[in-house]
Design a protein around this ligand. Structure first.
Ligand code: MN
Length: 206
């Protein structure tokens, strides 16, 4: 193959899970992780790679693909698969086995400055997560110098509206249906009480 026939692509990868597939059991079962990570997340990555091949997006970082396709109706398929690829990697890192330790001191201070207490922050996350109609995500974000809780629909990401994500909870039914069926509040409360990776949120705060 001569040099000018080589197609340059940035192949997006499915990053390894940061823990074993049964490490979040019984809050999130290995069966859920098997489908959610092994099928759903993988499909977003595979679809993204197919969609960007041969396009102006082929050599871009995942973040660049997201910001350059956001809000463009004719690029919706690329945006959705890129954002879902990013969101899921961020979600796996937002969780950790036995994550009930609470936020480290510096983050705790910031949470208390914005919400009053850590419990008030968690309550806002529950409200956002249980009132998001249909599929989407609940987020703890940094906007300006304030921490906020926001929710986004479908594949939408906080970055495109100037917010820095710190933590997320996946609210798509595939995240909880095998374990909780229609009981999204039970899933959300169990995640908040036992699986949140506050150290990851603190790292994202910078
Ligand atoms: Mn998901």
């Amino acid at each position: 193959m001569s040099a000018d026939t080589i197609v340059h692509t940035t192949s997006h990868i499915l990053p390894p899970l940061p823990y074993a597939d049964n490490a979040l059991d019984p809050v999130i079962s290995a069966k859920t992780i098997g489908f959610h990570y092994g099928k759903h997340h993988k499909a977003y990555v595979d679809n993204l790679n197919k969609l960007v091949t041969g396009t102006e997006f082929a050599e871009m970082s995942l973040e660049d693909v997201i910001t350059k396709t956001a809000g463009k109706a004719d690029k919706a398929a690329i945006f959705n698969n890129a954002a879902q690829t990013w969101n899921h990697t961020f979600y796996w890192n937002s969780l950790k086995p036995k994550g009930q330790g609470g936020p480290p001191a510096a983050l705790k201070q910031r949470i208390e400055a914005s919400f009053g207490t850590v419990d008030a922050c968690k309550k806002e996350l529950v409200t956002a997560a249980t009132t998001q109609f249909g599929s989407g995500w609940a987020w703890l974000v940094l906007e300006g110098d304030k921490l906020k809780v926001v929710k986004t629909g479908n594949a939408e990401v906080p970055m495109t509206t100037g917010k820095k994500p710190l933590l997320t909870i996946d609210l798509w039914e595939h995240a909880y249906y095998l374990d909780y069926q229609n009981r999204r509040p039970d899933y959300v409360n169990a995640v908040l009480d036992t699986l949140l990776n506050w150290d990851f949120a603190a790292d994202n705060l910078g």
